[in-house]
Design a protein. Structure first.
Length: 198
C-alpha cells in the first residue's frame, strides 16, 4: 500500500519513492527544505532537523553554531547582544584572568554491555534493544541503531562513524562535545559574552 509524502502529504508510489529519516518522499519533494536553496538531496548529503531534510550547507547555516571559527568566517560574525552582560560591561582597565577547572575524579562508570546476549545480535547502548546487521553502525566501541540511535546525545544531529566524539559510553557531534567537555573561557570559541568568571 502506498504511503504519503512527508513534504506534500500526497500519495507516494513505489517507483517515485525515496525513503529518508524513516519517512517516504516523492523524488521531486526530496530536496532541501530551505526555500532559497531547494537543492536535490541524496543519502550522502542530507541532514534532518525537526522532521525536515536539509542539505549539509543549509543545515550548518541555519542550525549550526554561529561566529568566528565555525566555518562561516568573520564576514558574518554574530555579535553578542547587550543582555549577554549580566552585571553590565566590564568597568576596570585591568584584563580579567581566565581560569581553568579540572573535573573532579570519579569512580569508573559501569556501563551496559553492547556484547551479544545468548549468541544473538549486539545490544544498542542507548535504547538497550538488539542491533541487527542491516541497521548496525559502529561508533565509540559499540553497535548502534543507524536510524534511531546513532545521533548526538545533545542536539540529535546524525553522526558519521569517523567524525563522532565519545565520552562515558555516549556519542556526541564535535560541536556539542566541545561545548560540554572542551576548555571554557576566553580564547576557546565561546567569546567574551560567555566568559566564565569566578
Amino acid at each position: 500500500m502506498p504511503g504519503s509524502c512527508a513534504r506534500c502529504s500526497s500519495v507516494v508510489y513505489f517507483n517515485e519513492e525515496k525513503i529518508a529519516i524513516g519517512k517516504s518522499w516523492h523524488k521531486s519533494c526530496f530536496s532541501c527544505a530551505n526555500k532559497q536553496c531547494n537543492r536535490r538531496l541524496d543519502s550522502g548529503n542530507l541532514t534532518e532537523h525537526e522532521g525536515e531534510i536539509y542539505c549539509r550547507s543549509c543545515y550548518g547555516k541555519l542550525f549550526g553554531p554561529k561566529g568566528y571559527g565555525y566555518g562561516v568566517g568573520a564576514g558574518v560574525l554574530s555579535m553578542d547582544t547587550a543582555d549577554a552582560y549580566r552585571n553590565g560591561p566590564p568597568t576596570s582597565n585591568i584584563p580579567a584572568v581566565a581560569q581553568a577547572h579540572v573535573a573532579p575524579l570519579q569512580a569508573p562508570v559501569v556501563q551496559k554491555s553492547s556484547q551479544p546476549r545468548w549468541g544473538g545480535a549486539d545490544v544498542c547502548p542507548r535504547c538497550g534493544k538488539a542491533v541487527y546487521m542491516a541497521e548496525k553502525m559502529m561508533g565509540g566501541g559499540s553497535a548502534w541503531h543507524k536510524t534511531t540511535c546513532f545521533n548526538c546525545k545533545e542536539c540529535h544531529k546524525r553522526l558519521e562513524s569517523m567524525t563522532l566524539c565519545e565520552r562515558e559510553g555516549e556519542i556526541y557531534c564535535k560541536t556539542c562535545y566541545g561545548k560540554l567537555y572542551g576548555p571554557k573561557g576566553y580564547g576557546y570559541g565561546q567569546g567574551a559574552g560567555t566568559l566564565q568568571m569566578s
